[in-house]
Ligand binder design. Structure first.
Ligand code: NDP
Ligand code: 2IT
Length: 451
């Protein structure tokens, strides 16, 4: 770390003690910017780093709702509007009991660079709540979403800030949130993305993150004259990102053999059955224990049986791995195990799923490693396309959206690769993605003055 970067990070760490995820994400980005700052002293002169790590606005609010027994419940709501130099704030909402300011800030910070990489006009933001949608009735989720939006609506808008889904926020939640937004503002506009295609949503938005992760992996492998055809792949998670990663992998002839959730992990040698998975997770909102009833040939390991708390998925020999559950789910030991068993590619669906130790192992072994802010940008990219369709009051056909998504993922790969090379770290896409995203945002900040 250079003296300037070290000073910025030390100050940040002092001001944000205990925000471990936020400091992990900022440290990784700041470290990779050293060669850029050396060659471009104007960034330091304009204190771009100090400005970049401080959110433009952070909103925290009380969310009061009634459960089905008329008990009053109180949750905490968040929206961190991190940076709007290249477009209105944009990023998902996460409903999960683990949500706190550190997690929302790390996700919002990552979103700045991810959104810049898409080439679209979107700033970075993230929000959510520590509300747990699990085992809640539809009516309870509806009341929570209405209360959450009663506050959030004053801070968002199609030219200001455009939230979408993330963990725990899917089509059902976006529906309730949009209904309340429309009622309170008297506007039908594109202030949320991930809407249903029947009322303003884009085709392919549900599939976009998972499809994009696979397109990115294909691009990385193509540069080494490799592909995924007939290759065994491991996937973690079993939500939106995991499901559509698996769907695309099947479509291109790869064999995804694992899934996991908060209760355990499944290994099915012959390949995961997408229909069963979709039924359990999208319709019944159940757990993977139920998967075994339909597929007794699969192997289920409940979380209590994990050895040393390690997910058994990463010990399954595979050609490519797609971590798609949550942050820091893949450790240094998992990474070593993957490499030992012949894995040549990791494309990250979740945000920051690999610990710094795991990333280090991937880089030292020179595998094709697609960091989350590049590899999973397909979701927000199609959100950006949904915004474009809403502004035009038009609906594009699925072929057009898929073609644009593919193009965007390919461009992200090329730009990250080019930046990594230009700044002395050829092949290192974590450097490349951070640098390419940074330059676009930093130049916009410079051009727009001292604000
Ligand atoms: P979902 O809520 O649809 O699914 C999350 C999945 O991960 C569930 O299967 C959940 O299990 C599992 N999970 C969550 N926490 C843990 C944990 N601590 N240990 C093991 N499993 C866990 O979320 P998404 O698929 O949308 O999001 C997954 C990841 O992808 C997140 O990191 C998110 O930020 C990222 N992402 C999402 C995008 C999107 O468009 N949705 C876009 C880009 C990134 P269970 O079913 O038991 O709850
Ligand atoms: O992490 C992410 O990129 C998302 N959850 C998607 C955000 C969006 O605005 O579509």
């Amino acid at each position: 770390m250079s003296k300037y970067i070290n000073k910025v990070f030390t100050g940040l760490a002092e001001r944000n003690q205990e925000q471990f995820e936020f400091l992990q994400a900022t440290k990784e980005v700041l470290e990779s910017l050293e060669p850029v700052l050396e060659q471009n002293p104007e960034y330091e002169k304009a204190s771009i780093l100090e400005r970049l790590v401080e959110p433009e606005r952070q909103i925290m609010f009380r969310v009061l709702w009634e459960d089905d027994n008329k008990n009053i419940k109180v949750n905490r709501g968040f929206r961190v509007q991190f940076n709007s130099a290249i477009g209105p704030y944009k990023g998902g909402l996460r409903f999960h009991p683990s949500v706190n300011l550190s997690i929302i800030k790390f996700l919002g910070f990552e979103q700045i660079f991810k959104n810049a990489l898409t080439g679209l006009q979107m700033g970075g933001a993230k929000g959510g709540s520590d509300f747990n949608p699990k085992r809640k009735t539809d009516e309870e989720v509806e009341r929570f979403c209405q209360s959450f939006m009663t506050e959030l609506q004053r801070h968002i808008g199609d030219c200001t800030d455009i939230p979408a889904g993330d963990m725990g926020v899917g089509a059902r939640e976006i529906g309730y949130l949009f209904g309340q937004y429309r009622k309170l503002t008297n506007r039908f506009d594109g202030a949320l993305t991930g809407k249903s295609p029947g009322w303003g949503g884009s085709l392919l938005r549900p599939e976009a993150t998972g499809y994009g992760v696979v397109y990115f992996a294909q691009k990385m492998l193509e540069s080494k004259e490799r592909d995924l055809q007939n290759k065994v792949c491991t996937v973690s998670g079993s939500g939106n990102v995991a499901i559509y990663t698996i769907k695309k992998l099947e479509e291109i002839g790869a064999i995804p053999v694992t899934i996991s959730d908060t209760k355990g992990a499944i290994y099915q040698k012959t390949g995961i059955n997408l229909q069963t998975l979709k039924r359990i997770k999208e319709v019944e909102r159940g757990s993977l224990e139920d998967y075994m009833r339909a597929h007794p040939d699969a192997i289920y390991t409940p979380i209590e049986k994990y050895v040393d708390h390690r997910n058994p998925i990463w010990s399954v020999p595979c050609y490519a791995a797609f971590p798609s559950a949550t942050e820091n789910e893949l450790t240094k030991e998992d990474a070593q195990e993957l490499i030992k068993n012949g894995c040549v590619c990791v494309s990250e669906g979740a945000n920051m799923p690999s610990t710094p130790g795991a990333v280090d192992v991937f880089l030292r072994n020179n595998i094709s490693y697609g960091p989350s802010k590049a590899a999973n940008a397909g979701g927000v990219a199609v959100s950006g396309l949904e915004m474009a369709q809403n502004s035009q009051r038009q609906k594009w056909d699925i072929g057009r959206v898929d073609e644009e998504l593919k193009q965007i993922m390919h461009t992200i790969y090329h730009n990250a690769n080019k930046a990594a090379e230009a700044y002395g770290h050829p092949g290192n896409l974590i450097f490349g993605a951070n640098i390419a995203g940074f330059i676009r945002v930093a130049d916009a900040m410079l051009a727009q003055g001292r604000i």
